[in-house]
Design a protein around this ligand. Structure first.
Ligand code: ATP
Ligand code: MG
Ligand code: FE
Length: 335
């Protein structure tokens, strides 16, 4: 089964062709980061406009890279949400037109299911598993008994981790998106600030707004006193706090749910500190750890094609009334 997949939920215009949910035939990603940098974040209207400019070319290029024509495809898949509504609609309309023109079934995909299934591009998922989603808009622990069976056991009560990374980066004067810059700086600094760690005992929920405020207040106080702050130490201290909380709560969930497989997914799964600590913990606890290759951690369409294959097997199709949704409960996708 060969699926052409489209992803435009945020600031990447992406199209990919994936066979049987794992064999990558082509993968095209056009990033708009340069256009959003000067605003310090993604501007929805700008994002939509760029998607419109790129979408046709990106689809053509995905077909060309795979040396395929539309008649060789079995379905077309698209991210229906969550994401920026105007951005989503560009991908959805392109997918609908493609589906209609080439008489292909249309598969709507949940963006976060895509992030999880990015792992399927490297190896088969093994169940039951625990997935930690850490991205620009989400921080969630999801328990999966089987394919497309999602139980959200914890989520952030305020900021997502990626959002906290980007905000803290902005305060210390790093360009958007700040995650990779903080990650790089943190390797040269030390955990000298000892920022708070919100463990929220007794719950698998997360909270990162207190940490974000602590960083901002601490910088403010230092500057007011005319004291020097080393951004490397701020970055390192922030990252230590994040990594401590994420790894400790996740390992607790892994133990309680007695799973042997752990997936880390979403843009922040690219973080070197987080990867290193999870690798160490997984070895200690004899857990199989799965983290996608860096290019499959941040937004791409290959992950959407990987998830779409499972949806195809379960006859999860949509008609041409498909609409974008800025929020979709992933548990709705449970089959
Ligand atoms: P969502 O998937 O929740 O809809 P999104 O698609 O905008 O949000 P992703 O593309 O999955 O988010 O991830 C982008 C986020 O990942 C940004 O916040 C970015 O700063 C962060 N990020 C990327 N690389 C790293 C890294 N090495 N360390 C920390 N954060 C990172
Ligand atoms: Mg992005
Ligand atoms: Fe994403």
């Amino acid at each position: 089964i060969t699926i052409l997949s489209i992803e435009t939920s945020c600031d990447e215009t992406a199209c990919s062709i994936v066979r049987n949910g794992s064999e990558l035939l082509s993968n095209v990603v056009v990033s708009q980061i340069e256009s959003h940098k000067r605003f310090g974040g993604v501007v929805p209207e700008v994002a939509s406009r760029h998607h419109v400019e790129s979408i046709t070319l990106v689809i053509e290029q995905a077909l060309e890279e795979a040396s395929m024509t539309p008649d060789m495809l079995d379905a077309v898949a698209v991210t229906e949400g969550p994401g920026l509504i105007g951005a989503l609609l560009v991908g959805i309309n392109a997918a609908k037109a493609f589906s209609f023109a080439h008489d292909l079934p249309l598969i709507p995909v949940h963006h976060i299911a895509g992030h999880i299934y990015a792992n399927q591009l490297e190896e088969e998922l093994t169940f039951p598993l625990m997935a930690l989603i850490v991205s620009g808009g989400h921080t969630e622990l999801i328990y999966m008994k089987d394919h497309l069976n999602f139980e959200v056991i914890g989520e952030t009560r305020d900021d997502a981790v990626g959002e906290a990374y980007d905000k803290v980066a902005r305060v210390i004067g790093l360009p958007y998106p700040g995650g990779p810059h903080i990650d790089r700086l943190s390797k040269e600094g030390k955990d000298t600030f000892d920022f708070p760690r919100a463990y929220l005992e007794g719950s698998y929920d997360f909270s990162f707004s207190g940490l974000k405020s602590a960083v901002i207040n601490s910088l403010h106080n230092h500057r007011q006193k005319g004291l020097e702050v080393d951004p490397k130490d701020v970055a390192s201290s922030f990252q230590h706090s994040v990594v401590d909380v994420l790894t400790s709560k996740t390992m607790q969930a892994v133990e309680e749910y007695k799973v042997k497989h752990l997936i880390i997914a979403g843009g922040v799964a690219a973080n070197s500190g987080l990867r290193a600590r999870f690798e160490q913990l997984a070895r200690m606890h004899n857990i199989n750890l799965h983290i996608p290759a860096l290019k499959f951690c941040t937004d791409n369409a290959a992950m959407i094609g990987a998830a779409a294959y499972q949806l195809y097997l379960k006859d999860h199709f949509s008609d041409l009334n498909l609409n974008g949704r800025n929020f979709i409960d992933i548990e709705e996708y449970t089959h």
